[in-house]
Design a protein around this ligand. Sequence first.
Ligand SMILES: Cc1ncc(COP(=O)(O)O)c(C=O)c1O
Length: 410
Amino acid sequence: MEKPAILGGKPVREKPLPFVSIIFDDDEIQSSLIALKDRALASGVFIEKFEKEFANFIGTKYAVSVSNGTDGLFLAYLVLGLTFNKHVVTTPITFIATASTIVHTGAIPIFADVDFDGNISPESVAKVVKSGEVDGLSLVHLYGKPVEMDPILEIAEEYQIPIIEDASHAHGAEYKGKKVGSIGDIGVFSLYPTKVIAAGGWGGVITTNNREVYEKLLYLRAHGEERVKLGKAGAYTYIRLGYNLRMSNIEAAVAYHQLKKINKFIEARQKNAKLLTDLLSDVDGLILPTYPAYMKHIFYIYNVLIDENKIGWTRDKFVEALNAEGIPAERGYHTPLHKQPLFQRINDPNVNHFARIIKYPDYGKVKLPKAEEVAKRTIWLPVHPGLNEEDIESIAKAIVKLIEWKKGKS
Ligand SMILES: Cc1ncc(COP(=O)(O)O)c(C=O)c1O
């Protein structure tokens, strides 16, 4: 039994592993140079090329590049009319942007509960939809695993509610042969540097099959200016309220080449995830990620639910102890959004200026037992393409070492 590094023992790894990696080569560097040399920074050939290829990859008619995933979500809600006093059902186990952008458009987030994999629960969504007025559904394909879409599509169809897929973790993930981001009304992807593919800085993409939505998005991301349709003849003529939420040509130059490598990146993630599952499957007290054969999980994050009683460590101490072993485990989304200080105080105009004109639910009273449990029991592990077999083995070794130590002490 080896002594944990957190108690003064020798760490499994002398050099800690990175939690994320950004993998690029000469293609991204050369194309950025081309974008610079062309002196077309704000617009240019890479933006169009990237959008075309991204739409092809996802299987939608249109892809609109934007400044980042957060702005993509904002525009998605806006373009679907999910604005003042509209209710949008979403998950409390996600990054803040999924829900804060609902608030940004003037709409009201309603949180549904999740399942043990962290994804929104179709039963909970159905319950919320049936019990009140719901105008939109915003789903997150969490950690790269698709949401169970069929029952959600059914309820959305019955109640005529649009679906926004936040696919920021899930570029290339599939549900029953369809890529996420092509299943609902609108898909939104983040190209933040740590995501499955990156842009050269910030970046995001919105996907849709709806021409009207597509055309509106072009205006919304570029000041509502007629230039979008008429070129120079439309310069400085503004036909609707718009924003400045475009991606730059340098960012697109990088994203364009990242996209060419996406299948390789995904295969590496899946291979690492499979190895980690093989190595940990006999360890008592861990619920490892699983998925049915009709889903393609692309493992943006490898999430594990722990049983503190069985492994002998509290979640937070376990994460700390893994970090001391050189393993970059994280607690992830440790507080569900409805429990966050922002939502507890959302009706205070000093916290949220919309509170002057909109009355939000008392999120303090919201009870979502699974989300609250998942948030307390989750740990995140890396399986990104920057890790090799030996790295993954060291992750499993550290986990087993810490659990064995506690067993030996009890
Ligand atoms: C689930 C989810 N939605 C939205 C976003 C926002 O994307 P961005 O950072 O590109 O604004 C993120 C980013 O981490 C995310 O994880």
